[in-house]
Design a protein around this ligand. Sequence first.
Ligand code: MRU
Length: 359
Amino acid sequence: MRAYRSLEWHDSVIRMLDQRLLPDRIEYIDYTDYRDVAGAIKAMVVRGAPAIGAAAYGLALVASHSTARAVAALHDELVAAANVLHAARSTAVNLAWALNRMLARTAAPNLQSVDQIRQAVLREAHAIAKEDIRTNKQLDLNALPLVPDNATIIHHCNTGALAWVDYGTALGVIRTAHEHGKRVQVYVDETRPRFQGARLTAWELKQLGIPHSVIVDSASGHLMRTAGVDLCVVGCDRVAANGDTANKIGTYNLALVAYAHGVPCYVMAPTSTIDLSVPNGDAIEIEERAPDEITCVGDEQVTPDDVQVKNPAFDITPARYITAIITEMGIAYPPYEQRLREMVERAEAARNAQESASG
Ligand code: MRU
């Protein structure tokens, strides 16, 4: 597969693949101002988890272009920019996770000059991007035994290389299974209203040479009843401490249908997506997006004028409908609380150990 990077850093510029234009056109946009980066996250030029990278590199832009002479002044600029970037999208926790991690790094007592902070910010943004690749690859390997040798799989939204820095989570599992010689056939939920499945996941699967058919989101019940489906794999935007999972709208319906048919539904969740500070799904804010995502398909309006619209971008799947949650630290089965906590703590300890080892 030709490697299209969702986002790259070149000489104080962030270059992003404009995902709104795929699969028709491959175009990149360069950003030098963090406010434009926040706008790009909101408009979904970049989406899924690369928004993390965009946010982290957004702070690197601030540091790199700042004229501040004092450490405190630069730190204030970074905090203000982090608030703007954070406000761009609310449900996905990785955004906040990356920004907090970046700010914690810049506040380290050993950084005593503006230049040192500048370098530390960029180093941390690169570290987050690298870690993302490593983490997802491990997660994909951990999930591999859950995929039968001949597997028919339903996948929702886009969770592949476009949704991460490289490889991805749920789509990464499918890719890994294919690379390990398993015969996989994927039903790709189109994922209304923005068609991340039809536009992005199908595009990635085509390049990977993995057999797939795009389906409307509501076809999953029919296919489970008539064609046979072995498993559903989905990503996530935030997992609560009890395992309730926020993911792209439609995931809950898919999980319920899977539950009714005895089909396992697996959530792929890097530990950075597990938010132990929220006890359950009710405490997760659900982003509401603009009505025209529903009233229009492309340039065509499909509803009467002035129709009322409700457009939640995500939903919560209660933990009881999730068969297992797979992270880079292993597999969690219900009840989730203790195992998720343990995996998050182990991941943090491993990260801290690595940081101290690299000085
Ligand atoms: O609104 P999007 O396209 O940014 O959706 C977020 C997601 O990518 C999905 O919910 C995905 O399943 C989470 S895994 C990156």
